[in-house]
Design a protein around this ligand. Sequence first.
Ligand code: GTP
Ligand code: SPV
Ligand code: MN
Length: 601
Amino acid sequence: MKNPAPAIFPPDGIGEGAPANQAVLDWVHEIAILTEPENIFWCDGSDRENEFLVSESLKQNVLIELNQKRVPRSYLHRSNPNDVARVEQFTFVCTPTKEEAGPTNNWSEPAETYKKLRGLLQGAMRGRTLFVIPYIMGPPDSPLAKVGFEITDSKYVVLNMRIMTRMGEVAVKRLGNDPEAEWNRGVHSLLDINPERRFICHFPQDNAIISVGSGYGGNVLLSKKCLALRIGSYLARKQGWLAEHMLILGVESPEGKKHYVAAAFPSACGKTNFAMLIPPEHFKGWKITTVGDDIAWMQVRDGRLYAVNPENGYFGVVPGTSHQSNPNAMRSIAHDTIYTNVALTDDGDAWWEGKNGDPPEHAIDWRGNDWSPDSKEKAAHPNSRFTTPMRNNPALDRDVENGGGVPISAIIFGGRRSDTVPLVYESFDWARGVYLGATMASETTAAATGKVGQIRRDPMAMLPFCGYNIGEYFQHWLDIGKRLTDPPRIFSANWFRKDADGKFLWPGFGENMRVLKWILDRCEGSGGALKSPVGWLPSPHDLDLSGLDLDHKCVAELLCIDHEEWQNEIAAHKTFFDSLGGVVPQQLLDQRKELAARFKE
Ligand code: GTP
Ligand code: SPV
Ligand code: MN
């Protein structure tokens, strides 16, 4: 794959949206001199521009047209099989000192790293087009909104960024002419899609990102994990707010009482599904609306925590998405969607494992090979994704554009734990909730390269995304709590506990409403609970389980705190804290001892 993106030459009026800001012009000029592109394309985000880029992408096989009757204006993209997920081992935080990046990040020295990356970028866009993408993260009128510019030589990146961010003139306008204004500089080049030349590098002090050698998702849509989380968390600490790997949902009772809830689950652990939940029949009259499905930016105002979703679309896991598991997602991805690494049926539709209906007798798999139900390989890659505008979501919350954000009543931390962690419990207070988040663990998934199913500590689901020292991050969470007079309550949830035969004990998906209902009851002071060593735990009759086919034994297992398992868990907390080499705040170290002591009471 020598030249994955030859230059394109748009007709007049397309690709000419250069901004007036001299700082942006100077930076683009500098990168163009380095990368030597055939031409520069200034994106304005218009429909006409998008149509042109889609038609060029179809010509160059960057996109494959799907059956336009079935999935209008939707396309399939196949990434290189060596490039199908985030690469944590090649992701770097480049701060002046290693301590600033902290024990959980790969660190590399900024000057050396710039030098190495400049070497790789030298002439990298020869014969190609350099695209400049202006974008805003957050509702444009939000005090938290951030402007970014991404330079890329990938049309796929441009098309995805148009869905995932508020892209084009709106960002150019918001930035204005001030050469001193704050904005993020992102440079991306495909190079030759070689894992040996794949680096995702962040320079928090410079508000800059350089990503080379990949064409996939979180590695290259620099607005998302790179800006909104890694650089975002760094800025958030400096500026006194929180940038978190959290969904945000609204939940309204039949009486019209509304709460907002934020939840941090690691990658591929259920954020999009939870954010789009449709309550089961039993909860008639309850309504869930989506503010965001992956990232929350939260600030303190009048003693409460308010959240905005910085994104404009969803980059969601495809396999397992069906009319049963997630009807709102199915409706969202029925049009105007880019599918990455799913299978293609003979009649031009997208297919994946877990979709409704029988598997097709024949399809082309995500690599482009013939596939049939007898094949050993999966038709869609386990980390295949849809990119779809949030406007497609029939359950979009009405306050999604509210720059002030929505007030958060509860925060949930959860991961994939086949044992130990009960279905749900509430921490005793904010500081204990911070401990709960800091010590959470989850089994690894296909969202990142590497082994799947390995238990690892993933504090606040931010292990791969915290852009600075994790000890300071914990302290920042504790400090934010001191500014909250009406803090959200903090909960732990685990949809993934298994029985002795390895089957999920909890039905999950829409039925998670039952857990959410208990959480809301707790927020309103009405939910019953027992005091356990880990926090407030519902007894079986505190949860509304009516109409669910779950036997007593199963419910008991779901809500069980097994002392032996928790001895191991608390020991694992210690191992984790010790592995961080002295950066963990004393308050959290003390809490571990208190937790251990509560088990002995
Ligand atoms: P990222 O986009 O990687 O951040 O993932 P996410 O956290 O948004 O996860 P998502 O909702 O896409 O779900 C990932 C996988 O978990 C899918 O295969 C879902 O089918 C599965 N899943 C989601 N919710 C549940 C649940 O309640 N129970 C069970 N058993 N599986 C679930
Ligand atoms: C995640 O891995 O948490 C994602 C997908 O949301 S990616 O954008 O690839 O990071
Ligand atoms: Mn995510």
